[in-house]
Ligand binder design. Structure first.
Ligand SMILES: Nc1ncnc2c1ncn2[C@@H]1O[C@H](COP(=O)(O)OP(=O)(O)OP(=O)(O)O)[C@@H](O)[C@H]1O
Ligand SMILES: [Mg+2]
Length: 191
């Protein structure tokens, strides 16, 4: 509990993403699924990965928190024997973005609930009994926004839920160029 509160307040005070590197996003998602195997295995759920090979330039540790929380929720809010799909591809509507989509066939949410889930400490009516403290998605949203991305949710009670995370594709060369031109502007201003 307290570690999540600390983590969220740290994220709220953070303005840029540091420690970026190139890493395999499909591999990271596969590792998260494996890390959660105890939880979905115990509920006899099936997790179906559908992952394109994508190398992403970003902060892998922070993004890992996003996947663990969203996949963790899918497991938590899906009954025994349910199915969870983890999909990674390029956004078909914008090739400059990667798309991670986590779909479950669990308890779902009504419209009023979906509008509030990203708030700090908010938990749906049926969730209070299941533990947690309603910080998971607040953290997820903050990380995604720091990465310049966005998160969308679609859900229907008793049918299931779909979370989609869109992240802008960046690369080191592009960022170095941006830094250089910013430096040029700054030094020009000093002259
Ligand atoms: N996949 C899902 N299916 C149904 N409801 C969900 C799903 N994911 C999130 N929710 C709803 O959104 C609420 C907020 O989620 P969030 O992850 O922030 O908190 P939590 O899971 O209750 O607690 P914590 O993550 O802090 O352990 C949940 O309480 C639940 O009502
Ligand atoms: Mg959660």
């Amino acid at each position: 509990m307290s570690s999540n509160i600390l983590m969220l307040s740290k994220l709220e005070n953070q303005e840029i993403i540091t420690d970026k590197k190139e890493f395999s996003l499909d591999e990271e998602l596969r590792r998260c699924v494996l890390q959660l195997q105890g939880q979905w295995g115990e509920k006899n759920q099936e997790v179906i990965p559908d992952l394109c090979e994508i190398t992403y330039y970003g902060n892998s540790e922070m993004l890992k928190q996003v996947w663990l929380n969203v996949i963790g929720n899918a497991i938590k809010y899906t009954p025994e024997g349910g199915t969870i799909e983890v999909k990674l591809d390029i956004n078909p509507k914008n090739e400059q973005e990667v798309r991670v989509r986590i779909t479950d066939n669990g308890i779902g949410m009504d419209k009023v609930t979906t509008e509030r889930i990203f708030e700090k400490f908010y938990q749906g009516d049926s969730s209070h009994a299941t533990g947690g403290n309603g910080l998971g998605l607040a953290m997820v949203k903050r990380i995604v926004e720091l990465c310049g991305g966005r998160i969308r949710v679609k859900s229907e009670p008793d049918k299931g839920t779909q979370f989609t995370v869109y992240l802008p594709i960046e690369n080191k060369e592009k960022e170095d160029k941006k830094k250089k031109s910013l430096n040029a502007v700054n030094t020009a201003g000093l002259k």
